[in-house]
Design a protein around this ligand. Structure first.
Ligand code: ZN
Ligand code: ZN
Length: 349
């Protein structure tokens, strides 16, 4: 594959500012590779970072933007043995160090030197050496590039689910029917759990029904436990409540939907600096367990890829539309207007 000297990339410039720029395409150095991006998908995190115009951990503007993709290896640098030009791969958006105590204990998502990779809304993605060895996965031939893009969000979802006590069938409520809420619902219901999903949008509740929700609910303007608890099998509440709204109201509501001995999984990240209030008596007398969940691990990335390849989830329902690279900003705006769950971008047109 002949590498061009330059490529087009959607770059984040500042709050709500994206610009298509032509960038020089470096030749891959030792241990590096150059990926031709076949398909990229938008994500709720992209929308959050687009609105903020940056992210203290993940990127510094101006920067090529986007973090979910599937592509083809276009060129490899010296010392790359595992990959060749033409290989179909998925490159994930972070790479752990492999040597800190979190990495040593299989908790790579907490790595103290986690590197992030952005720039999938682009014709090419230069892949640094650590990502080549630790975060590049072969795409199974039976898996489409569109579905392969979901490896990253699904790996996050599997990580969150694997932290919960789910050895027997549970009664679960998921708050928020965005792409993550729908994936949580899909995985849990496929595993035999009873899942209820709450979202104000009718279109999302409709998708949730197809993803396996036993019931859906439209939270009233001020979502209350009184509205949600009647949908639990047991009038005392759900075994597990998951927030996938990333809002303080969602986190607090999740804590109120649980039966004694239950668990809350705080999945959606809230705006920086926010706090929630908790009923200390419930935590004490009802032994409620609270769990945070962040990002993904190599083990859950592999499992996500397998699950997608087996086509066990109706993920087409999450890919709302396709747009060319030039319309990446419009793709994010359509998510903001809640017209799209995820948008498929084909950088090569
Ligand atoms: Zn994502
Ligand atoms: Zn580490």
């Amino acid at each position: 594959m002949e590498l061009p000297d330059s490529y087009r990339a959607a770059c984040l410039i500042g709050p709500e500012q994206l610009e298509i720029r032509r960038l020089a395409l470096p030749r891959p150095g030792p241990g590096e590779l150059t990926l031709r991006v076949d398909v990229a998908t938008t994500c709720g995190t992209d929308l959050k970072v687009f609105k903020q115009g940056g992210h203290p951990r993940m990127l510094q503007v101006p920067t090529p933007f986007g973090h979910e993709c599937a592509g083809t290896v276009a060129a490899v640098g010296d010392e790359v043995e595992a990959w060749r030009p033409g290989d179909a791969v998925v490159v994930l958006n972070s790479a752990s160090c492999g040597s800190c105590r979190y990495c040593a204990n299989g908790r790579e998502n907490l790595c103290r030197d986690l590197l992030y990779l952005n720039g999938t809304f682009a014709e090419y993605l230069p892949v640094p050496a650590r990502f080549v060895t630790r975060s590049t996965y072969r795409k199974p031939p039976e898996l489409s590039s569109e579905h392969a893009c979901l490896t990253e969000p699904l790996a996050c979802v599997l990580h969150g689910i694997e932290t919960c006590s789910l050895s027997e069938p549970r009664d679960v409520v998921v708050l928020g029917g965005g792409p993550i809420g729908q994936l949580l619902l899909g995985v849990l219901s496929a595993a035999g759990h009873r899942v209820v999903l709450a979202d104000p949008l009718a279109a999302r509740r409709e998708i949730a029904s197809q993803m396996g929700a036993v019931a859906t609910i439209e939270p009233p303007e001020a979502a209350t436990p009184a509205a949600i608890l009647p949908l639990a099998e047991d009038s005392l509440g759900f075994d597990l409540a998951i927030d996938a709204t990333g809002s303080v109201a969602g986190w607090e509501l999740a804590t109120q939907c649980i039966q004694p001995g239950g668990e809350v999984l705080f999945f959606g990240g809230c705006p920086a600096g926010t706090r929630i209030s908790l009923d200390t008596a419930r935590i004490h007398y009802d032994e409620i367990v609270f769990r945070g969940s962040y990002h993904h691990r190599p083990a859950t990335a592999s499992r996500a890829l397998d699950l997608l390849a087996r086509q066990g989830l109706a993920v087409d329902l999450l890919l709302s539309r396709e747009m060319p690279l030039e319309q990446t900003e419009e793709a994010l705006r359509s998510m903001r207007r809640r017209e799209s769950l995820k948008v498929v971008i084909r950088p090569a047109g």
